[in-house]
Write a protein that binds this ligand. Structure first.
Ligand code: DGL
Length: 274
């Protein structure tokens, strides 16, 4: 095998992933499982979280800064592992960046397609449910009125502190979901990448206060699959070179506080931390 052909078969550069904070750890968990040969540089903008209560222009500026920083570190593709940042910035990032950009999307489609005559609750940040990208996605559903949007300010702040247990999050759930007390709920969409960490608490709360199956959906599996497709289509895969050193973690926040929370949420040790 010549040196040149080896180059076309293996692209060793890492994949960049960013979120306002620890949410991307939920996306990363799926990507690590599906793409065992890839390395990732993860940037959590913990100092600026939550994004979800900020105006659109600020979310766009923060997302562009995060993407630029990862591009300077030589990533071969970028994953915007944040529903809020996707809503505010994905078009601009795709226009501007020379590498493929993969985004997350709230999983309302599978939730709506699963059928039923109850409602579908879409839990996300205040910004995501307001912004045009999500409004357009919702309008494409066969029965958009069945989807009830719930902006859940307050949850990300808890998850950023590593507080994911039932007793920590139940008061916020009670406040946000009170209007639907007793409703028949077919599905609950976790439309923020932070929320899969509190899925057990959401399920427990929902089963105590709603009727119906309350099936939980998140978009992370779909994002990991889309990334796998994009890597293959662009000749960017790194087959057969799996290694234990797979995640480099960068944070704009306090490293000493962030590292143990990140590793607890991701459930794997990070390779490097700075
Ligand atoms: N994890 C992010 C999302 O998916 C946003 C959290 C935040 O408000 O910063 O929307």
């Amino acid at each position: 095998m010549t040196e040149n052909s080896a180059k076309t078969e293996y692209d060793p550069r890492p994949i960049g992933v960013f979120d306002s904070g620890f949410g991307e750890a939920s996306t990363l968990r799926n990507m690590l499982r599906l793409l065992p040969d890839e390395r990732f540089i993860y940037f959590g903008d913990n100092a600026n979280a939550p994004y979800g209560d900020r105006p659109e222009e600020q979310i766009l500026a923060l997302s562009e800064a995060a993407a630029d920083m990862l591009l300077h570190r030589g990533v071969k593709a970028l994953v915007v592992a944040c529903n809020t940042a996707t809503s505010a910035s994905i078009k601009a990032l795709r226009r501007k960046l020379a590498v493929p950009v993969v985004s997350v999307e709230p999983a309302i489609k599978p939730a709506c397609e699963a059928g039923g005559d109850g409602i579908v609750l879409m839990l996300a940040t205040a910004a995501t449910v307001k912004l045009a990208r999500y409004r357009a996605l919702r309008a494409r559903m066969p029965d958009p009125d069945r989807v009830k949007d719930v902006g859940c300010s307050g949850l990300v702040e808890l998850i950023e502190r590593g507080l994911i247990d039932y007793d920590s999050v139940a008061p916020v759930l009670a406040q946000k979901l009170a209007p639907y007390e007793g409703a028949k709920v077919d599905g609950i969409v976790l439309g923020c990448t932070h929320y899969p960490f509190i899925a057990p608490a959401v399920k427990r709360w929902a089963e105590a206060h709603f009727t119906g199956p309350c099936r939980i959906y998140d978009g992370n599996e779909g994002t990991a699959r889309q990334l796998a497709r994009v890597l293959v289509q662009n000749g960017l895969s790194a087959p057969g070179r799996g290694s234990g050193e797979r995640v480099t973690f960068l944070t704009s926040g306090d490293e000493k506080t962030a590292r143990p929370i990140f590793e607890m949420l991701l459930e794997v040790p990070v390779y490097e931390f700075r």
